[in-house]
Design a protein around this ligand. Structure first.
Ligand code: FAD
Length: 480
């Protein structure tokens, strides 16, 4: 680490086809490939036909976030405080209406990814990669042709696929996993979502907004337990208001497909008929097709590959990044892991992966946070004060018709630094980054008290919450 090898020297020394070979072109693989190319390395990326951009671009993040945007626009949901509960942009929203926006965005994004790879001279090898030995990968194009490519360094970025419990008879029509959402033929009138994880809750809120009668079944007693408890309560309140039914502490015991849909039977004996049952039961690492054994590697039962702090596997010249290494399994973190792995592989000086990572949940309304929760801090006996700002008390909140949004700062009573920022409501996933910047630079609540924000903005909520926290802290000091 800490040195740079000139490109010419690398090429002369090289006995391999490529300096860096990346398997998988999702966010982790893309950023690894481009970072290595920017450092002057000869890079190739292996990807299956029609999957450039990975799960992120083709079936996961981008289609789901575009669908959410289409739902918000066409239902007019976020304008109803202003124009009344009957406000709609379109009365009969069809799958074609929703798909049009998704296809447009996905098409454009694929173009962007292809163009970035080509202008950085990253070779695209089309097919499925599997190890022949620790430096050699065979690429099978699925049409009976294969080639092999060798490399000095290899980055595995093969992601995940939806886990499919053996007990469930998926028919990809009425009984689907989260990928199946992209192939629905009509907007279901009713839907059972099995699993209240991030993906399950995001889709539950989108379909509830479309008027689908949604039932969420979750075996645990609560959902999104890594988030702020009050924020999750607020989300549940909003979803119930959209006619979502929650069945906590229950499991789907069986699902039977019927011509008109499917019927889910819970272990308590309850039966829920629905047009669609969507399983969102976690994800399985895509490592079974890699022939890891040939490289001296292995994966765990969920297909995940273990790495060290620089994303090196147990075979030091082979790296793994993104969802295939497990938590937090986000596009955002995968990109950074890819970049860091490439820099490490190319001998660039680098920092270890930061601990301070934001979490964004694109439910309706959306949630985002960074740092610790009240529950965690209390559990660890860390003294803190809470500063709250409600959108309805901000001019911008009134203008956009968001009366429920809230921003919460958790401030250390010891050194006045921010320990956590939790946002619920419009723009939460953008707003959180102001808090991230302050926390990342070690700033205190006093910075936010003194800062002047554009007016009227939602960003102003930082100042309001900071004033709330410092007023409470002053009161503590006065009594003490
Ligand atoms: P992936 O995007 O998983 O892509 C891996 C690629 O590797 C695939 O294209 C696959 O074809 C390819 N591959 C697999 N095996 C091989 C092989 N042997 N040879 C060649 N290629 C192979 N994250 C966020 O940050 N924000 C969100 O809002 C968000 N929403 C999501 C919504 C849904 C419905 C889903 C499913 C996920 C969402 N995520 C979100 C998670 C995000 O999509 C993933 O974290 C991200 O895509 C992981 O990136 P990755 O680099 O690991 O690869």
């Amino acid at each position: 680490m800490g040195f740079k090898t000139p490109r010419s020297a690398v090429t002369l020394m090289n006995v391999y086809d490529f300096d860096v070979l990346v398997i998988g072109s999702g966010p982790g693989g893309q950023k690894a490939a481009i970072a290595a190319a920017k450092l002057g390395r000869r890079v190739a990326i292996i990807e299956r036909r029609d999957m450039i951009g990975g799960v992120c671009l083709n079936t996961g993040t981008i289609p789901s976030k575009t669908l959410r945007e289409a739902v918000l626009y066409l239902t007019g949901l976020d304008q109803r405080e202003m124009y009344g509960q009957s406000y709609r942009v379109k009365d009969e929203i069809t799958i074609a209406d929703l798909a049009a926006r998704t296809q447009h965005v996905v098409g454009r994004e694929i173009d962007v990814v292809r163009s970035q790879l080509s202008r950085n001279r990253v070779t695209i090898l089309t097919g499925t990669g599997s190890f022949v030995d620790p430096h050699l990968v065979e690429v099978d194009d699925g049409a009976g042709r294969s080639r092999s490519a060798s490399a000095d360094k290899i980055v595995i970025a093969t992601g995940t696929r939806p886990a499919r419990p053996a007990s469930v008879d998926f028919d990809d029509r009425a009984v689907i996993d989260s990928d199946g959402i992209n192939n629905l033929e009509k907007v279901p009138r009713s839907m059972v979502v099995a699993g209240a994880g991030v993906i399950g809750i995001e889709y539950a809120s989108m379909f509830a907004a479309l008027g689908t009668k949604v039932t969420v079944v979750e075996q645990r007693d609560r959902m999104l337990e890594f988030c702020d408890v009050e924020v999750v309560e607020a989300l549940k309140y909003h979803l119930r208001d959209l006619a979502v039914t929650f069945r906590f502490g229950e499991t789907v015991a069986s699902v039977e497909s019927r011509p008109e849909g499917a019927i889910a039977t819970l272990s308590s004996g309850k039966k829920i008929p629905a047009d669609t049952v969507m399983y969102s039961a976690g994800r399985q690492g895509m490592s079974d097709n890699l022939r890891l054994g040939a490289a001296g590697l292995a994966a765990d039962a969920r297909g995940r590959i273990v790495v060290d702090e620089f994303f090196r596997t147990t075979v030091p010249h082979i790296y793994a990044v993104g969802d295939v290494i497990g938590f937090p399994a986000l596009a955002a973190t995968s990109m950074e892991q890819g970049r860091l792995a490439a820099h490490h592989a190319c001998g660039e000086p680098l920092h270890a992966f930061g601990q301070l990572q934001p979490i964004g949940i694109y439910s309706i309304p959306e949630i985002s946070f960074i740092g610790r929760t009240e529950e965690e801090l209390t559990g660890e006996n860390v003294p803190f004060e809470v500063g709250i700002s409600r959108y309805r008390e901000l001019a911008r909140g009134q203008i956009i018709g968001d009366s429920y949004g809230v921003l919460k700062l958790l401030v250390s009573l010891e050194d006045r630094t921010l320990l956590g920022v939790h946002v619920f409501g419009t723009g939460a996933t953008e707003l959180v980054h102001i808090g991230q910047a302050v926390m990342g630079c070690g700033g205190t609540v006093d910075y936010l008290v003194d800062a002047v924000f554009n007016y009227p903005t939602l960003a102003e909520s930082y100042k309001v919450a900071a004033l709330d926290a410092t007023n409470k802290m002053r009161e503590i000091a006065r009594f003490a």
